[in-house]
Write a protein that binds this ligand. Structure first.
Ligand code: M6R
Length: 599
């Protein structure tokens, strides 16, 4: 999603800080980019569609102390040079993350005041509005305060005024924006990744902040604050390289044994000391899990764990629906939001909805400095480290592990687990990282990928917990390989979708839940009878001569609460290998963004 970088500092450094900052934000997804900088009391703008190298080729390296840069992920108007940021109207040049919801009425108002518009964007309207307010007052802070009253929606702006050289303004609401500093330089960014090469001294701007940056001087206008609260960025969180792998996604898949170790072990040490410090889940009568995309899929697995094993009713909701619907919760409800980035707009809005109603909230979140992590009542950190590939793998896996730990805590609180079984489960946790490592070493899905990558439809079947895993398997495949795919609860297929199964349609069936495996096998037979190319993924020893599958993958067994953590791994690798055979841009799939900061 869109990215912002701003710089006020050393004249020989500005352009490179902007470009390197934008490069560091590439992982978030974008379709065009641009920069603006001040040169001899003028603002110069360069923009371009497509990858950053197109922009780099156009940029003239000049000495300048002040500049702003942007990567755009189109929302209003197609990706084009005209629609890309920075936008300039009158005295104002700015870049914007977020969505201005009332831009049509603002546009009509501004047109009556002789403003003309060149683009299809909401951002150009915001630029004109700030210019309009500035021309009335000739005072930028008053202008920004006034614009703030008129603008509806979300925004993080970095703003230049060509009548005020050497000054960088910023303003934010519901879109992340941080300020960074060194002795002689000031930075703005929508994500610490953009500036962590230069400083670890940062300040997270609060809702409604207005900021004026002059050389070595910061003026902050916030509701209760005029002095920035500086924090030290954990640089470990920002380190990233492919480490010899062809893609970040593959590297992140192979990091999973360590990620599970780092996420789980702190809870198991010292006689489960940290597990006991988790909130008391037994005080709740219901749990609502709210998230988007893969994080929603972990919620589906979490529901199975918490209901099936922890014996508590669970509702799993898509955040973009939850935020606008009538929700039934009370003091006995715990709302769990799940997010890798901690900035997903709909998940954040859902969290705020529950917070506003004084409902207890808990965030399972990877980016620990994110807005969601800062606003939730309780936080369980996912120790996945920075995840660069748009398709999540290691963060998803660690989220599953945290749901298993919440379930374990609940089982202990409710006395649903005897000592002996607890010891056995803890031993399985200890062995889990090694099992994942072994599975990754031994799995070879390349042949299966080569048999299936030319298909345009692939299906994933499972029941219960296996179906929940299939939803993620299907998303992984479609987001990086662009193959149409669906996950189906095995028993539901014959109620319509089986009509899509024809000769050689690949159907991957996950069969690990022994209690209902016979039922799933009956459903596999139904698709096989219709000509499907059937691949079974199982923990059991299936009959070698069976007539209901053409290929199989065997996954090692573990405790049933941890089994889903192993089950997804073959599907992650399969999606990766298929996407590779189709020459897809695996780490940056088309149309997708790593962090979806607009609704
Ligand atoms: O950062 P979040 O976990 O809140 O993101 C939610 C989804 O946008 C995300 O999981 C998305 O579905 C991924 N591309 C899946 O790989």
């Amino acid at each position: 999603m869109c990215g912002i970088v701003g710089y006020l500092g050393k004249k020989e450094k500005t352009i490179s800080v902007l470009i390197e900052g934008l490069k560091a934000l590439e992982y978030r997804g974008y379709d065009s980019a641009g920069i603006a900088y001040q040169k001899e009391n003028k603002i110069k703008i360069t923009k371009s569609v497509g990858r950053l190298q197109n922009l780099e080729q156009k940029i003239k390296i000049e000495n300048t102390v002040l500049g702003i840069g942007h990567t755009r992920w189109a929302t209003h108007g197609k990706p084009s040079t005209t629609n890309s940021h920075p936008h300039q109207v009158g005295s104002i040049t700015l870049v914007h993350n977020g969505i201005i919801e009332n831009y049509i009425e603002l546009k009509q108002f501004l047109e009556k005041h002789n403003y003309q518009f060149q683009t299809e964007t909401d951002t150009e309207v915001a630029t004109a509005l700030i210019d309009y307010c500035y021309q009335e007052t000739k005072n930028m802070i008053s202008a920004l305060k006034r614009a703030q009253k008129e603008l509806k929606g979300s925004y993080a702006f970095a703003i230049l005024n060509n009548e005020e050289p050497n000054i960088l303004y910023a303003m934010k609401k519901e879109s992340p924006l941080i300020l960074g500093k060194t002795k002689e330089e000031l930075f703005l960014a929508s994500d610490p990744m953009a500036i962590c090469a230069y400083t670890n001294n940062i300040c997270y701007l609060k809702e409604g902040s207005i900021l004026k940056l002059e050389p070595k001087k910061i003026t902050l206008i916030e509701e209760n604050e005029t002095i920035p609260i500086w924090v030290t960025l954990d640089m470990e969180q920002t380190k990233c390289s492919k480490n010899g792998y062809d893609h970040y996604m593959l590297k992140e898949i192979y990091e999973q044994p360590d990620v599970i170790y780092n996420t789980v072990m702190p809870y198991l040490e010292n006689n489960l000391e940290n597990l006991h410090k988790m909130p008391n889940f037994n005080q709740y009568e219901k749990i609502q899990i709210v998230a988007c995309g893969s994080a929603y899929h972990t919620g589906l697995v979490g529901k199975w764990m918490l209901e099936g094993v922890g014996n508590i009713p669970v509702e799993v909701e898509i955040a973009s629906e939850y935020r606008y619907k009538k929700v039934f919760y009370d003091k006995k409800t715990l709302v769990i939001v799940v997010s890798q980035s901690g900035e997903t707009a709909d998940t954040l809005a859902s969290l705020r909805k529950a917070n506003k109603d004084n409902i207890d909230t808990l965030a399972i979140v990877n980016v620990i400095t994110s807005t969601i992590a800062r606003e939730a009542k309780y936080v369980l950190p996912v120790k996945a480290g920075i995840e660069i590939a748009v398709a999540t793998t290691k963060a998803y896996l660690a989220q599953l592990a945290l749901f298993s730990l919440i379930t374990l805590k609940l089982m202990i609180e409710k006395k649903l687990i005897e000592n002996e079984e607890l010891e056995e489960l803890l031993a399985h946790y200890q062995k889990l990282p090694i099992k994942i490592k072994k599975l990754l070493k031994e799995l070879n899905v390349k042949e299966l990928a080569s048999k299936t990558y030319k298909n345009e439809d692939i299906f994933f079947l499972g029941r219960g917990i296996d179906y929940a895993i299939c939803t993620e398997a299907s998303l992984k495949l479609k987001e990086i390989s662009y193959i149409h795919s669906e996950a189906y609860a095995a028993g539901e297929l014959k109620h319509g979708t089986i009509s899509l199964i024809s000769k050689k349609t690949p159907v991957f069936s996950l069969v690990t839940d022994k209690e209902i495996s016979e039922k799933t096998i009956s459903n596999i037979k139904e698709v096989k009878a219709r000509g499907a190319y059937s691949i079974v993924i199982t923990t059991g020893q299936l009959d070698e001569k069976s007539d209901y599958y053409d290929d199989k993958i065997v996954i090692p067994n573990t405790h049933f609460l941890l089994q889903p953590i192993l089950n997804i791994i073959p599907f992650q690798l399969l999606a990766y290998e298929i996407a590779k055979l189709r020459n897809c841009d695996i780490d940056k799939p088309k149309n997708l963004a790593k962090s979806v900061t607009v609704e």
